[in-house]
Design a protein around this ligand. Structure first.
Ligand code: LLP
Length: 427
């Protein structure tokens, strides 16, 4: 459920016509619905209300300052994977005691920052990392709170690039050896064991993998209790899928029932790390048609957003619905919707059946809120898009479109290179 809908054939975000915003701000443009963000965020809190969860929104899905500030306002915590995300989260006003930190490659300086701020928990991905955190905490004369991220070896049945809970992936500590990990952690002077964590993958569309993993976690918690290691929280990660095309992911209530049952049995505090399920359908990418082109083989709709703006189709062959911003009664065509970048992977849709569009008209790429802007780049020296937040009948710029100077910011030309070049230039 989102708040992008047609009124008299004009696509609106809440009460604002999308075309009006595009006219004002230009394209490409990421457009967010406040009502959708609020609805999805609160759906997590409400569905799990019985166990009073801490919803640690996964910053990697969309780390816009405005959006993070909204989640902070609604009582959220944050799941981070880098010092950069810690910086963003603190800047958006999150208290560090609501921050959990995952990721297999935490650097010492990032670890130091997180220890100094006293985050809620490090999600430990290897014993080597745990040793380093223990050492760094000792150095800083602090104790670091830690949960072991276990790898439950469960197939989440999603795209291989976004599966994380299988043994063959780089993530977590094998659940079979986790008890030993906890024993070792218990001996470490500067580590306080606070929980257990697990994340299976992303865009998961059935309950089964979650249920399997939860059963493993419950067993682990019981085993730990038997040997005198008691935990405070159970972090079940993120991963709940959304509908991009015809997927039928479990509803939040069904997901909550499965999780809540196990949480109640363990008596632990629940932490959730949802990303996509909250922000995925809360935004569209608005793009303008530049050209229509027909080759012997194919029809192309060439637009002003490329793989640098939305990478998911190029990287995962992900499907995003594409809708006209102003509906027209025209013939249906089958076309590739492509960007301006010099790569054949630069497509937003392939062989898509759609209503014909003309240059100058606008298209909306749906479901662009998660892993959209955050994965964008300056490839081909393209400036990154603007972002706008709509609330009812108002809209505000939440990120300025980059400008050409932004492209070279931080670049340095050594004086000797410049001198030699200028000298050559004079010849
Ligand atoms: N927690 C951890 C430890 C994670 O690694 C992730 C996502 C999440 C939570 C949030 O998962 P979500 O609820 O959003 O599924 N770029 C890919 C998705 C990568 C997901 C990485 N980890 C895509 O565009 O589909």
């Amino acid at each position: 459920m989102h708040h992008f809908h047609y009124i008299q054939n004009r696509l609106h975000c809440e009460a604002v016509p999308v075309a009006d915003i595009a006219l004002d701000v230009g394209t490409p443009l990421y457009l967010y619905s406040h009502a959708t963000l609020e609805r999805h965020f609160k759906a997590f809190q409400n569905a799990f209300a019985a166990v009073k969860p801490l919803v640690c929104y996964s910053a990697k899905a969309n780390s816009s300052q405005a959006i993070l500030t909204l989640f902070r306002q609604w009582g959220g915590g944050l799941d981070i994977v880098s010092g950069g995300e810690l910086f963003r989260g603190l800047k958006a006003g999150f208290i560090s005691q609501k921050v959990v930190y995952s990721g297999v490659g935490k650097r010492a300086d990032e670890i130091d920052a997180a220890i100094s701020h006293g985050i809620l928990a490090f999600n430990i991905e290897s014993m080597e990392e745990l040793n380093l955190i223990n050492a760094r905490a000792g150095e800083l004369k602090r104790r670091a709170r830690a949960a072991i991220r276990v790898n439950p070896d469960v197939d989440p049945k999603t795209h291989p690039y976004i599966s994380t809970g299988l043994k063959k992936t780089k993530f977590g500590i094998d659940i079979a050896t986790a008890v030993e990990g906890y024993r070792a952690a218990q001996q470490m002077a500067n580590i306080e064991i606070v929980g257990v964590d697990c994340h299976l993958g992303s865009q998961i569309t059935t309950l089964e993998p979650f249920e399997q993993a939860l059963a493993g976690l419950k067993q682990l918690v019981t085993e730990l209790r038997h040997i005198g290691i008691s935990l405070q929280h159970l972090d079940v990660g993120g991963g709940l899928g959304i509908t991009y095309k015809d997927e039928t992911p479990p509803g939040i209530e069904a997901y909550a029932r499965a999780v809540t049952k196990v949480v109640q049995e363990t008596g632990l505090q629940l932490i959730l790390e949802p990303g996509r399920a909250i922000v995925g359908n809360a935004a569209i990418l608005v793009t303008k048609v530049l050209y229509r082109k027909q080759t012997g083989e194919k029809q192309f709709v060439i637009v002003d957003a490329g793989m640098n703006d939305l990478m998911r189709p190029a990287l995962y062959k992900a499907y995003h619905a594409i809708e006209p911003v102003e509906k027209q009664s025209r013939a249906t065509i089958v076309a590739d919707v492509v960007g301006p970048i010099c790569e054949s992977s630069d497509f937003l849709a392939q062989d898509r059946s759609m209503v014909d569009v003309l240059p100058g008209e606008l298209l909306a790429v749906m479901g662009a809120g998660a892993y959209g802007f955050v994965m964008s780049s300056n490839y081909c020296s393209r400036i990154r898009a603007a972002e706008v937040l709509v609330k009812e009948d108002r809209f505000d710029l939440i990120r300025q479109r980059e400008n050409l100077e932004d492209l070279v910011r931080g670049e340095l030309v050594p004086a000797w290179v410049l001198k030699a070049a200028n000298h050559m230039g004079r010849q």
